[in-house]
Design a protein around this ligand. Sequence first.
Ligand SMILES: [Zn+2]
Ligand SMILES: [Zn+2]
Length: 153
Amino acid sequence: MGDAVPHAAAPQGMGKPRAAGGCLCGAVRYEVCGTLRQVVACHCSQCRRMTGHFLAATAARDGELTVTRDAGLKWFSASPGARRGFCGECGSTLFWRGSGRDYTAIAAGSLDGPTGLKLVQHIYTADKADYYDIADGVPQSGRGLVGVCLQWS
Ligand SMILES: [Zn+2]
Ligand SMILES: [Zn+2]
């Protein structure tokens, strides 16, 4: 799949990864060395359909995410320029990869806890469904990501 997430084994001698995670059935597992982005919740119609609600995602920079088990990993493009990684065995939402981006978004719920992360922004709130309100005081963007609060930790 071209520029997909690298499937190489985790480099040895790099110490403990910052985080690890995977799908519900275990057919996909990954590790992140380096930092994770704080969590962004996307309420666009594609994320809502893919996840069944909305997508809360952290992110790992290129070269810092390693898929250590990819037996179930499948990719789906809902729109040109972005691919969504999920487990074809259990259906778990896992990754979002936009062309031209230098990171891969990772479904926050797939991380092994504790994550040490915080939800810092709701995006595409103009597309959210009508059955819930967003009232947690976290900043909202009606459209795409506003960069001001993109801390990594
Ligand atoms: Zn699975
Ligand atoms: Zn979305």
